[in-house]
Write a protein that binds this ligand. Structure first.
Ligand code: NDP
Length: 385
């Protein structure tokens, strides 16, 4: 077969595989997108190896080992009963115990957690460590909730979750909406009801068993990844203008490391818009932003009011010209048009701090334009490692 015929045959197989997968998983668009990305890339190999086809490796890889769905009922500060839905998707423990974060966000559903759990299999494996892939979370929104409410929610969630996890079974961590505070409440309740102290969650405080530099690891890792890619092109982060999206754990430490390597970080964002600092963030301004986000749990708009900088409400930062883009907020935040604009404005490298922040179309735009592209599965594995 000629190379063109091989490519056409692989594309046909991908379509057939995805049609069958979509029929089994109706409405799970994020999950189907994450699988397509992987299947498109590995199909030529699968077609080349009879054993992979005969043993149905792709079919087995795309069906989670187990999905647990459960009710979390808890009482808010007014005494009202609240009911949320929580999940743990244990995708694969072929190479080691399940491992992957917990997300608390109103958009959490089975499709989102299956996409994240599926990607986690490859991310964890890429670190070279024996860890399987999983993800979990709830449609609970911690925004605007008091510490006591978050505590009660976490305790109610752990009351069910504890029976599904364990240091040799499944080790959850943080993700969107789950930081040190939530991990602390979850871990404290696990300890109490299981009557044992074990490394059953990562992201704990260093005073009770957490690892040094875990908070910084994902953001720092992503920047180091991009720095290495640039070095392969005889270039570096030094002097680069960077656009960062998000203002949570990944974004803040991405900005910090980029600045330490001599780059100029001109944006941070949240779901309401982005701040634009044309001269770049300073260590003092970043420290203020960290306090705002990590301690006071405020909004970026407050940063703009405090420092009298521009706040573009309802906009995404990809409209700002940059040489390096660090999408660090959420999935599908860079579409085709955003990618085309980034390329047109001179973007040389993209480091995916978030999981699947670029759509498949956006990724193609970057690759076709020769942009150094660091996919999330590799670039944001710093926390796992
Ligand atoms: P955080 O909750 O700390 O921060 C999330 C940030 O993204 C916030 O600024 C939030 O803004 C913004 N955001 C979330 N959803 C949206 C949305 N729909 N539209 C616009 N902005 C949004 O989460 P993390 O920093 O931990 O996670 C960010 C990304 O990195 C996620 O994709 C996560 O899966 C990925 N990741 C995280 C790792 C970690 O170690 N924490 C490890 C590997 C990947 P707002 O406050 O307005 O919601």
């Amino acid at each position: 077969m000629s190379t063109t015929e091989q490519a056409a045959s692989a594309a046909k197989e991908v379509d057939a595989f995805m049609t069958a997968l979509a029929a089994r998983n109706p409405g799970q668009s994020e999950f189907l997108q994450a699988v397509r990305e992987v299947v498109e890339s590995v199909m030529p190999l699968v077609l080349d190896r009879a054993a992979y086809r005969d043993e149905r490796v792709l079919e087995r890889l795309t069906e989670p080992d187990r999905v647990v769905t459960f009710r979390v009922a808890w009482i808010d500060d007014t005494g009202r009963v609240e009911v949320n839905r929580a999940f743990r998707v244990q995708f694969s423990n072929v190479i080691g115990p399940y491992k992957g974060g917990l997300r608390f966000h109103p958009t959490v559903n089975l499709s989102v957690l299956k996409f994240l759990g599926f990607e986690q299999i490859f991310k964890n494996s890429l670190t070279g460590l024996p860890m399987g892939g999983a993800k979990g979370g709830a449609d609970f929104d911690p925004k605007g909730r008091s510490d006591r409410e978050v505590m009660r929610f976490c305790q109610a969630m752990m009351t069910e979750l504890y029976r599904h996890i364990g240091e040799d079974v499944d080790v959850p961590a943080g993700d969107i909406g789950v930081s040190g505070r939530e991990i602390g409440y979850l871990f404290g309740h696990y300890r109490r009801i299981a009557n044992r102290v074990a490394g059953v969650l990562t992201g704990k405080g260093v005073t009770y068993g957490g690892s040094l530099i875990r908070t910084e690891a994902t953001g720092y890792g992503c920047v180091y990844f991009v720095e290495n890619m640039l070095q392969h092109r005889a270039d570096s982060m030094d002097g680069k203008t960077c656009v960062v999206s998000g203002s949570g754990n990944v974004a803040l430490y991405t900005a910090e490391k980029a600045m330490q390597l001599g780059a100029k970080v001109v944006t941070l964002s949240d779901s309401e818009g982005f701040i634009y600092e044309p001269d770049g963030l300073t260590p003092e301004k970043l420290a203020w932003a960290k306090d705002l986000k990590e301690v006071r749990r405020g909004r970026l708009r407050e940063y703009a009011d405090h420092f009298k900088c521009e706040f573009r409400a309802g906009a995404v930062p990809w409209i700002v010209p940059c040489q390096v883009a660090f999408p660090s907020a959420t999935q599908n935040e860079i579409g085709r048009a955003d990618a085309e604009l980034l390329v047109k404005n001179g973007c040389l490298a993209v480091g995916e701090g978030a999981n699947m922040p670029s759509t498949i179309e956006a990724t193609s735009v970057f690759l076709d334009a020769g942009v150094a592209f660091a996919p999330g599965k590799a670039a944001n594995a710093g926390g796992v490692a």
